[in-house]
Design a protein around this ligand. Structure first.
Ligand code: C2E
Ligand code: CA
Ligand code: CA
Ligand code: CA
Length: 274
């Protein structure tokens, strides 16, 4: 069997690394990174897939770590969410995007369900403040809500907040529709302006098609409810055609443009229209 000292030598460092990355180090790093402006916004066009005309942009975070290089949001957003840092993140991104949004386009931002229900004392004032920092009116802000924990859509208080959001003029979108907790249940008591179909469904257009009926059902359901659809993760001409044939015109994905800093993303590459 393994000598004790060797076993400890293997296990202890692993425990220490785990401990630090889960508690102290990474959170402190993130707080510092925010202060130093290492976390910057990128923008991905949301286009009319028929004409290629840009309708809006989704703003996403990128962490440029001085030693580790670029770190993807999937690794640091959940940590920021757990530690209540997403409000500061959005504020910082908005400051960096100030006044840069092209005329006649909207900006889409990500808000976690947790921020909406627990984190923010007054979501409406906070979002108006974000608009002020961006130098845009409320009617040009789309709020994408993602659930990493299940939201209780039957909760009257949440419904009131969502209704107030729309009443104030913000566009409301349910993000990653059809995955995790963002499913049909959230449409039962509240219909948003937009649902964003998750890219895993768009990918079924090329793939083995077992999930494709679900995609078709989501499109049909949204039409019956009068909810606009944005398809995300559109990468191929076949996907673009399939969606257009079913009346889905708003699209986002590498076919039209990757998330990029403003000077890269404007002017935008034109989509390959057959
Ligand atoms: P999301 O909101 O669903 O954002 C779309 C993700 O899909 C982005 O990943 C984007 O880069 C990627 N994507 C866009 N087009 C394509 C495509 O054609 N093909 C493929 N394969 N991927 C595509 P990203 O930037 O890594 O962000 C991951 C997630 O992290 C986001 O998913 C969002 O939930 C979260 N996130 C990113 N930035 C922020 C932020 O500033 N605040 C908050 N609260 N969440 C953020
Ligand atoms: Ca999103
Ligand atoms: Ca999404
Ligand atoms: Ca996603």
């Amino acid at each position: 069997s393994l000598p004790l000292s060797l076993a400890l030598g293997l296990v202890l460092p692993a425990l220490i690394i785990r401990h630090h990355s889960h508690k102290g180090v990474l959170v402190d790093d993130l707080t510092t990174a925010l202060k130093r402006g290492e976390i910057a916004p990128v923008f991905q066009p949301i286009v009319d897939g028929g004409s290629g005309r840009v309708r809006g942009f989704e703003m996403m975070a990128r962490w440029h770590h001085p030693n580790l290089g670029q770190i993807t949001p999937d690794t640091f957003i959940p940590i920021m969410e757990r530690h209540g840092l997403l409000d500061s993140l959005l504020t910082s991104l908005a400051d960096q995007a100030r006044g840069k949004l092209p005329d006649a386009t909207y900006l889409s931002i990500n808000l976690s369900g947790e921020q909406l229900t627990h984190g923010l004392r007054d979501p409406i004032s906070f979002l108006l403040e974000i608009c002020h920092r961006l130098r845009i009116g409320a009617d040009r802000l789309m709020v994408e809500i993602t659930e990493r924990q299940a939201l209780d859509y039957d909760c009257p208080q949440l419904q009131e907040t969502l209704a107030l959001l729309r009443h104030t003029g913000f566009k409301l979108a349910f993000d990653d529709f059809g995955t995790g907790y963002n499913g049909i249940a959230c449409l039962r008591t509240f219909s948003p302006d937009v649902i964003k179909i998750d890219k895993s469904y768009v990918q079924t257009i090329n793939g083995e098609a077992i999930q494709r009926p679900v995609l078709e059902a989501i499109i049909q359901l949204s039409r019956q409810m009068g909810v606009e659809v944005i398809a995300e993760g559109v990468e191929t001409e076949a996907q673009r055609r399939f969606l257009l044939d079913r009346g889905v015109t708003s699209m986002q994905g590498y076919l039209f443009g990757r998330p990029a800093r403003w000077h890269d993303s404007c002017p935008l590459p034109q989509p390959a229209i057959a």
